[in-house]
Design a protein around this ligand. Structure first.
Ligand code: IMP
Ligand code: MG
Length: 181
């Protein structure tokens, strides 16, 4: 098995680049079918989702658009669900069919807040695709993605856009933290 070391931690290969490519293609096919006749607006959530968004968007055969947002979530004791916007949306979502693109949904906090915001801004529909989903970690079930690339155990992963302290995003495979780390 192929391993990499990032920030002094060992990670083992979990999904190869070709496995990732077929997962992405499958998700895109489902979206192409479900949104036939519509013009969805994709919203890529920076930073982690930029590689998945790029690969997915190339497989979309609809008259789709894409825009970007950068979010940071805070889990305050009294303010759960609060999402701070670092780079705001530049495109109106009013009356649009929105498909949010995420790299990974863990507790769902970030997406819970953002999906609520898009509905308040007048989006016609809001759905979520995430390359990865950790079903055992979810705390906000309304943030469960409709279009999931792969559900994974609650373990730390890196590569394909996902980082450990901002490193490892450029790996073209996905890696999981070695069990002894
Ligand atoms: P949530 O709001 O708890 O769902 O957190 C989602 C965010 O946490 C993701 O967008 C990632 O930035 C980060 N995250 C969660 N799990 C991992 C992981 O295994 N590797 C890298 N980043 C992760
Ligand atoms: Mg992210």
């Amino acid at each position: 098995m192929q391993s990499v070391t990032i920030q002094n931690l060992t990670f083992d290969e979990y999904l190869s680049a070709s496995e990732i490519a077929s997962i992405v293609k499958e998700v895109a096919n489902r979206i192409n079918t479900d949104y036939a006749g519509r013009e969805p607006l994709f919203i890529c959530v920076l930073n982690g989702a930029f590689i998945y968004a790029s690969d997915l968007f190339k497989c979309i055969n609809l008259p789709a658009e894409i825009t970007f947002v950068r979010l940071k979530s805070y889990e305050g004791t009294a303010t759960s669900g609060k999402v701070n916007t670092l780079i705001p949306l530049q495109t109106s979502v009013k009356d649009r069919d929105i498909i949010i693109i995420e790299d990974i949904v863990d507790t769902g906090l970030t997406m819970h807040g953002f999906m609520q915001y898009l509905k308040e801004e007048g989006a016609r529909s809001v759905e979520l695709t995430s390359f990865l989903f950790k079903p055992d970690a979810i705390k906000y079930p309304d943030a469960t993605p409709k279009y999931i690339g792969k559900s994974i155990p609650t373990k730390f992963v890196v590569g394909y856009g996902l980082d450990v302290d901002e490193k490892g995003r450029n790996l073209d495979s996905l890696y999981v933290l070695h069990p002894e780390e």
